[in-house]
Design a protein around this ligand. Structure first.
Ligand code: ATP
Length: 245
């Protein structure tokens, strides 16, 4: 792969409550400008991986107990979450985590709070990728449909001007057509702006359609990795992860 990865997770171990070992030496690289999918079944440790990268483990009494996380050449393993956002990491939680009492526009303003509410270009970018959000800008977010909330969650994460956008199960709870639409937006964002993306998903089929590279996580370890095309052809991946969707 030549050039160094934008995000390089090197053999991390994560424990909760000082005893529960959830990640066991996980390594994963996200090259600049690529879309990488981290796949695996329930409880494999996907969300834990994103929390480790975004610095949110401590709120759940978890910690990285071994290994390191390197972003843009800097060891960020012990940076606080706000500093990681400033460094260019943005986590998009699943759509139901939007601020439901705020309007669409206010949610976007909130997404740029570290940068004093964002400027016109940031809003233009989000509204041009998600024209539906422009139509709904004065609506209260709690009344949006699941798909609209997911678009808003992504838009809000973009307001932080990330270099790496991390998405936690963007397909969760959405009907198949909407899943396709949301994944289409993610692919467009990557192709048109060069945004680097790390997406975690249970829906392996859809994720591999837009990813360059994929990793399969089982019980806290990467068991298979390869290009999206390689994974789609891998008999084990086919049998255990591509049966659905
Ligand atoms: P899902 O898709 O169900 O969220 P996941 O792959 O994202 O699955 P994680 O949420 O990372 O998996 O959970 C991995 C393991 O860590 C699970 O066994 C879970 O019970 C455990 N775990 C997660 N959070 C905590 C916590 N705060 N304290 C203790 N154990 C936890």
């Amino acid at each position: 792969q030549g050039s160094p990865a934008l995000l390089d997770i090197r053999g991390i171990e994560v424990i909760y409550d000082e005893v529960i070992l959830v990640l066991r030496g996980l390594s994963l690289a996200v090259p600049e400008g690529k879309v990488v999918a981290l796949l695996g079944s329930n409880g494999a440790g996907k969300s834990t991986t994103l929390k480790a990268v975004s610095g949110l483990l401590s709120t759940e009494r978890g910690e990285v107990s071994d290994g390191s996380i390197v972003f843009d050449g800097k060891n960020i393993t012990h940076f606080d979450p706000a500093r990681r956002v400033r460094a260019g990491l943005s986590l998009c939680m699943e759509g139901r985590h939007v601020f439901e009492h705020l309007t669409v526009h206010e949610n976007l303003v909130a997404g740029a709070y570290g940068r004093r509410g964002g400027n016109a270009e940031d809003f233009d970018l989000v509204y041009s990728f998600f024209p539906k959000l422009a139509d709904l800008r004065t609506r209260v977010a709690g009344y949006l449909s699941g798909g609209e909330q997911q678009m808003l969650a992504i838009g809000r994460a973009l307001m932080a001007r990330p270099r790496l956008l991390m998405l936690d199960e963007p397909s969760l709870g959405l009907a198949p057509l909407l899943v396709q639409e949301i994944f289409g937006y993610i692919r467009n964002l990557n192709q048109e702006t060069g945004l680097t993306v790390l997406v975690i998903e249970q829906n392996a089929r859809r994720a591999l359609e837009i990813a360059d590279h994929g990793y399969i996580l089982e019980q806290g370890r990467i068991v298979i990795d390869g290009t999206a095309a390689e994974l789609s052809e891998n008999p084990d991946v086919k049998e255990f992860y591509l049966g659905m969707g």
